[in-house]
Structures are given as structure tokens and as C-alpha cells.
Design a protein around this ligand. Structure first.
Ligand SMILES: [Zn+2]
Length: 445
């Protein structure tokens, strides 16, 4: 089942539509956004020079810094009075990024989210437990409006207050849940502690997003909540959640709603476009936004694209799961490292669970990486500290062997020496609904 016929448009028709929309939006931003007009003039480009999405690599990228430089309303293509909503990204590092929506933008936002719900298995009439944060963050309201448009019943619970969430899930019996993958894990663990099995739960489908996750986390969430979870991707600068969504039929990459958001993947260092299957930075060009259309927006997210036909019949291109952010990429002793690479190694070791934290320090001139990982409940033996220190390991051969084998696995697969610390179950910080920091880089302090 699809939300509308655009999702299965033949590729040549989709391209025609994209090219027409692109020509319109290029003329539109040239007329209305001084930032783009200046850029075009500086490069000696006329709006008419861009005829097709194939011409896009001739344009520069728009970066988050450009939005910050024009904070708050300098990138608007319409008078502020014509917008009906403002969202903002968390301003943890300096100024927040503000985005605005016209009524038409909100309609598109709701439509792409409605498509996403259908793709994830949800249907009109189902009850949605929406644990995404409501507020300036786009997650809560974006999914909310999409679910209402589809005709679902929305429980706008927002993030946090886990006990209340548990009660609501048990009492109202939702079929669908939206939250971050780490929060889905938190909920799953709570149910397990309470002795509630997945069979006792009404949940069937979970749309998870707003942070990178892996197949290990998916297996964990599916097992503990009794759902088939899918990836929901988005970012406020493009629209919010619903830029792309994994279909329940394939669960192998997320369909980008590319009649609204045209994607490219480019080399992180050179900016050159990359072919299908190659990992690089994901770039989006708005084809239909009114309030704040962006050309070639540099998301910083690392992934790849595939145009392989999908089991669900949708023709829209798929993106792989997010490998990390270009700015989360750690450079350790000159080598590139994404936290998800460590996670991939840990998932092959049954004695540990996928709760981990990476701490990077600099000792003298050398980078030092410590991986803290929780021991699985059934391997855990009572100790009085939260981690197995060297002197405890001295006496505990089994745990020492486990630690050593994880260290050598990491060394063997990633090629870097890392110190592994075994942690007592439950000691690594859990998500409370917001974004989880897997990496603590003390070199920057
Ligand atoms: Zn599909």
C-alpha cells in the first residue's frame, strides 16, 4: 500500500518532474534570496544555466554556517509574516539554526510523513505513541501532523518520564511507536525488568530515527518490543523527519521522497559526486520548499545511495543507514574512525551488549581510545565497582580473557589498539529521548 501514486512514478517521469521543479526553484531563489543571488553573480551563473538535476554539481554547497550567518530570518524567500511555524536545531554548539515553514511547507511535511507511516506498516485508524520530543525539535510535531493527516490516533506523549510512557503503552495499546532508537532500547529494557514480554505488548511497528543506529540495535528493539522497526530519517534544515523512510517490505535502506528533496552523495574531502554504493556526504536540494529553499545543502551525514529496484515497488532512490556524521568522524592517529565501526565489532561478541561509549584522550602526542562496553546480564558476576579494574581482572581470568579477546577483535578488524573496559550492566548513560552521545572526545577540551 502506498500513500499516493508519486511513490511509484517511473524513473523517467520522476526525472522530468524533478527537472521542471528544479528550474522553477532556481528562478525562485534567485529572485527572492539575496544569499543565492550574490552566489550566482559571483560565479557568473544565470538561473537559466541550470536546466536539469545533472547541472547541480556546478553549484556550490550551502552549509550550516551559511544558515548561522543569516540567523534568524536572513535565508527566507518569503516575508516572515507568510510563515506559520518556526523550528530550530538544538544550539548545543553556538547559535541554533532556525527554519521556517509556510502553510504549503507544512502540508508537504505532513504528506511526506504520511507516506513514511504507510511505508513503515502503519495504517489509518492505528494508535500512535509519539515519544519524539515536541517543541523546537521537528521530531514531535512533524510526525504528529503526518499521523493526523493519515488518520491515525496520536498520543503526543513527547520524550522523557519513562514510567508514564510505560503505563500509557500498557493502557492505550498503541500499534505504532515513534522515538529515537536508543530510547526504544530504554523502553524495551524497562519492560524486560517488569517481566512484560513482547507478546504482552500491542506494538507492531516502530519508526526510529534522529540518531545513527545499526542492525544490532534493530534486533534488540524488535526482540524486546515485539515490533518490526524501520528507519525514519530527516533533518530540520530540509524539513524534519520524513525526508526518507525505510519500507517494511525491504528494510534495506530508506526511500528518499525525491520529488521534494533531490539527493546527491559527494566525496567528503573533494565534494565530487560519487556513484551508487559509494559512501560520502549526503546533499539535498529542495525542489518544492517555499519559506526557506536550500540548494545543495551539506547535511554532514555519511551514507550511500542505491537505485536498485525495491521489493515494495516504490521507485524512489534509497539511502543506506547513516554511518555517522562527517563531523563525528574521529581521526585517530591519522586514521578515520566512525563509532559505528566499533559497534559492528561488539555485536559479534555475545558476552557484551550494544551499550558502549568511546572515550578519546591525548596522552602526550598520542591519541588514546578507550571503549567502555557493558557485559551481558547473564555473564555478569557481582562486583562492587562499576567496571572491572586491572586488579579485579588479575583474579578473574574469565573476564580478563573476555577483555583481551575484545581488544584483539578491534585491533584485527579496525586496525587500531584500543583499551577496552568492561562495565557492569546499566552503568553506561541511557537515552532519555534526546540524542545520545556515544563518543566523548576529551582532546577538544
Ligand atoms: Zn522499498
Amino acid at each position: 500500500m502506498y500513500y499516493n501514486e508519486l511513490e511509484t512514478l517511473p524513473r523517467d517521469k520522476l526525472r522530468e518532474l524533478q527537472d521542471t521543479q528544479l528550474r522553477q526553484i532556481i528562478g525562485y531563489v534567485y529572485e527572492r534570496v539575496p544569499f543565492y543571488q550574490e552566489q550566482f553573480k559571483k560565479l557568473g551563473i544565470q538561473p537559466g544555466d541550470i536546466r536539469s538535476v545533472e547541472d547541480l554539481p556546478g553549484l556550490p554547497f550551502t552549509r550550516k554556517q551559511d544558515l548561522k550567518d543569516h540567523y534568524p530570518f536572513g535565508m527566507l524567500a518569503v516575508p516572515r509574516e507568510q510563515t506559520i511555524r518556526v523550528h530550530a536545531s538544538s544550539g548545543t554548539t553556538g547559535r541554533a539554526t532556525v527554519v521556517c515553514y509556510t502553510r504549503n511547507d507544512i502540508d508537504i511535511f505532513s504528506e511526506v510523513m504520511a507516506r513514511s507511516f504507510i511505508a513503515a506498516g502503519a495504517r489509518p485508524g492505528m494508535l500512535l505513541h509519539n515519544a519524539y520530543g515536541y517543541g523546537l525539535f521537528t521530531g514531535g510535531l512533524g510526525t504528529h501532523y503526518g499521523a493526523e493527516k493519515l488518520g491515525m490516533t496520536v498520543v503526543p506523549v513527547s520524550g522523557g518520564m519513562t514510567q508514564r510512557q510505560i503505563t500509557l503503552i500498557l493502557d492505550l495499546k498503541p500499534e505504532v511507536i515513534c522515538c529515537t532508537p536508543s530510547y526504544a532500547q530504554t523502553l524495551g529494557e524497562e519492560f524486560k525488568k517488569m517481566g512484560i514480554t513482547p507478546q504482552d505488548l500491542s506494538l507492531k511497528y516502530a519508526l526510529l530515527g534522529a540518531e545513527p543506529w545499526t542492525e544490532t540495535i534493530r534486533a534488540n528493539v524488535d526482540a524486546n518490543l515485539g515490533v518490526r522497526s524501520t528507519n525514519l530519517y530527516g533533518l530540520s534544515e530540509i524539513i524534519g523527519p520524513g525526508v526518507s523512510q525505510e519500507c517494511i517490505e525491504g528494510r534495506a535502506g530508506s526511500h528518499i521522497w525525491e520529488d521534494h528533496f533531490y539527493p546527491e552523495v559527494v566525496d567528503a574531502n573533494t565534494g565530487e559526486p560519487l556513484p551508487d554504493g559509494q559512501e560520502g556526504v549526503l546533499i539535498f536540494t529542495h525542489l518544492t520548499r517555499e519559506a526557506m529553499p536550500l540548494l545543495r545543502y551539506w547535511t554532514g551525514d555519511i551514507t550511500y545511495l542505491t537505485h536498485e529496484p525495491c521489493a515494495c515497488g516504490r521507485t524512489h532512490v534509497r539511502m543506506g543507514s547513516i554511518r555517522g556524521r562527517a563531523d563525528d568522524m574521529l581521526i585517530i592517529r591519522g586514521a578515520n574512525l566512525y563509532p559505528t565501526q566499533i559497534e559492528e565489532v561488539l555485536k559479534s561478541i555475545p558476552e557484551v551488549v550494544p551499550h558502549y561509549q568511546v572515550v578519546v584522550k591525548r596522552e602526550g602526542t598520542l591519541d588514546d581510545v578507550e571503549v567502555k562496553v557493558e557485559v551481558a546480564e547473564d555473564v555478569f558476576r557481582e562486583i562492587t565497582q562499576e567496571a572491572w579494574s586491572e586488579d579485579i581482572l588479575e583474579a578473574d581470568h574469565q573476564m580478563r580473557n573476555l577483555r583481551d579477546s575484545i581488544q584483539s577483535e578491534i585491533k584485527g578488524i579496525i586496525g587500531l589498539n584500543m583499551k577496552v573496559t568492561l562495565m557492569v550492566p546499566g552503568t553506561i548513560p541511557r537515552s532519555e529521548g534526546g540524542k545520545l552521545r556515544r563518543v566523548v572526545d576529551l582532546r577538544k577540551l
